[in-house]
Design a protein around this ligand. Structure first.
Ligand code: ADP
Length: 559
């Protein structure tokens, strides 16, 4: 077997164009470009005003079947599809989420695509990039400081310290910080209370960044964020504490989309990266809108499988962003489909046509779901070295029988060239089928109605069961008039149900909603179906132990 170079080895061979040249080629004016070194830039929001009248390109979402823990290659496919479209003479721009430092040192590694479909400079993108994470962390923690300071100076708002829901954040996997006590050390240090840290990308500040349509919209959203409740049960907001303006100031550059490029010099907007469980898991609306102005096609992705990522993209992001997708690409891997057909994780490398046949049910359900939004959909089979000819043939045949367009995606191994078929299939689909996108539910419906629609239509379950705690919270949100927002489901990504063990396309199950919370600034209601980790820990041997840099600044081990 040939030795495949690692992602970082491939990335270090990239022939990058100076970002200023690339920007000029794609119609970005000099004064709209803010350079962060030679290969990274931020783009001023003024550009959206200048291009207001220009027709938008076609919006394409890349999503996936219910994944294995390794990921099925959504980012890789997004990058590869962008490269492939340019190869066949279409102007395509891609928009991705920006990676968090936490996973870089944990197990998952970076998030800049893979193989010959990556965004570069990958080290920078995975490390401090243009400082957005720093800005989000600081804005979040300014609000935390304001809460404790307010209580220290007399607590005029009557904040119940036991009901503070706003946590501090840090962009690191550090389980020791999940639960902490602050204010120790006596009178001079304020009041003692229990607090906790989340990883920065789990912050509502990140979700707000991604859903804001302007700096002033961001300020209003920050102002609405609920940080605590008073002894009377009234919500206390960032605006009540008077720091939403300062938070917005801290975010004045973070709000501008970041421009980098792929290995084949396709423009890539890498901006915003919220959690896909307690938040909606999509890159920023502003970067997406910008990409639609710059290219004929804008390819973007959403976290986890289509039951979570695409559902939230279509019900939350598109609604708030006024976005109308032209088509959806569902990434499938033969390995994961075999797993859905009952094969153990350790046996995925050997051929198993029966399991593939059975596991197809998960892909079929995800495709059916996309059609419920009125959208044209195609399947991209992300090819792994371990896939056999017979397996590939079977999967393609099954897709055709099911009545969905399908293409083999070999971008990981061959870059844009390996995605030419996929690009033609997509262009063809979009030209043939009109999108009649509509969200799945009415925002004005009650919380249980909205959740039940998602459970029945998307997950294929009987309905939702709300715990007594969740019922109480729903009642409270109804009283506060905060229930007329879209739903953000926090559910396992491994199954269409809330049980990670139920693979394939299960039916006859209920979904248990244990907790309901509002993210009033982001503008959604989070329904938690299990314990959601908002501060990951490191494994016994973290990826950090393999990362190094030499005297020439050459980095190794960054996956
Ligand atoms: P997702 O966006 O769905 O989480 P990624 O695109 O980040 O998935 O890919 C996850 C990991 O799998 C990356 O390390 C990537 O390099 C690797 N990968 C993706 N596609 C392939 C493939 N066809 N063959 C081998 N490795 C792949």
């Amino acid at each position: 077997e040939v030795k495949v170079p690692s992602d970082i080895e491939i990335a270090q061979q990239a022939k990058m164009k100076p970002i200023a040249d690339l920007a000029m080629e794609w119609g970005i004016e000099d004064e709209e470009l803010e350079m962060y070194g030679k290969y990274k830039a931020k783009i001023s929001l003024d550009i959206l005003n200048r291009l207001k009248e220009k027709e938008d390109g076609k919006l394409v979402l890349v999503t996936a079947i219910s994944p294995t823990p390794a990921g099925e290659g959504k980012s890789t496919t997004t990058v590869g599809l962008g490269q492939a479209l340019n190869k066949i003479g279409k102007k395509a721009v891609i928009a991705l989420r920006e990676p968090s430092l936490g996973p870089v040192f944990g197990v998952k590694g970076g998030a800049a695509g893979g193989g010959y479909a990556q965004v570069v400079p990958m080290e920078d993108i995975n490390l401090h990039f243009t400082g957005d994470m720093h800005a989000i962390t600081t804005a979040n923690n300014l609000l935390s400081a304001a809460i404790d300071n307010h209580i220290n100076h007399g607590n005029q708002l009557n904040i119940d310290a036991r009901q503070i829901v706003w946590k501090r954040v840090l962009d690191m996997n550090d389980r020791a910080l999940r639960d902490v006590v602050v204010g120790l050390g006596g009178k001079a240090n304020g009041f003692v209370r229990q607090d906790g840290f989340m990883i920065t990308v789990a912050s509502e500040v990140m979700a707000v960044l991604c859903l804001s349509t302007s700096l002033m919209d961001m300020k209003e959203r920050f102002g609405r964020m609920v940080v605590a409740y008073t002894y009377e049960g009234k919500p206390v907001t960032a605006k009540d504490l008077g720091v939403h303006g300062a938070m917005t100031m801290l975010m004045k550059d973070a709000i501008k989309p970041n421009l980098v490029q792929t290995l084949e010099n396709t423009p890539a907007l890498v901006h915003g990266g919220p959690f896909a469980n307690i938040a909606h898991g999509c890159n920023s609306i502003l970067a997406t809108r910008l990409g639609l102005k710059l290219g004929e096609y804008l390819i973007t992705e959403a976290g986890f499988g289509a039951d979570l990522g695409a559902e939230k993209f279509l019900n939350i992001k598109c609604r708030y962003g006024g976005l109308k997708p032209a088509a959806v690409v569902v990434v499938a891997t033969i390995r994961a489909l075999k797993m859905h057909g009952g094969v153990k994780k350790t046996d995925l490398a050997s051929e198993n046509l029966q399991a593939l046949d059975k596991g197809f049910a998960n892909l079929a359900k995800q495709v059916e779901n996309i059609r419920k939004f009125g959208l044209p959909v195609m399947v991209a089979v992300n090819k792994f070295v371990s896939d056999t000819e017979a397996e590939i043939e079977l999967l393609i045949k099954k897709c055709k029988e099911y009545g969905v367009d399908v293409a083999l995606n070999e971008c990981w191994g061959r870059g844009g060239e390996g995605g030419v078929d996929m690009a033609h299939t997509l262009v063809n689909l979009i030209e043939r089928e009109e999108s009649s996108y509509k969200p799945l539910y009415d925002m004005e419906a009650s919380i249980p109605e909205k959740v039940n629609t998602i459970v029945r239509e998307i997950y294929g379950g009987n309905g939702a069961v709300f715990s007594p705690k969740a019922q109480k919270e729903i009642k409270k949100l109804e009283e506060l008039g905060l229930d007329k927002l879209p739903i953000c489901m926090a559910k396992t990504q491994y199954s269409l149900s809330d049980n990670p063990e139920l693979l394939g396309a299960p039916s006859g199950f209920d979904i248990t909603v244990k907790e309901v919370r509002v993210s009033a600034g982001a503008g959604f209601i989070v329904c938690l179906t299990g314990d959601i980790m908002t501060m990951p820990g490191l494994p016994k041997v973290p990826a950090a132990n393999n990362i190094d840099i030499d005297e020439n600044g050459k980095i190794t081990g960054l996956f």
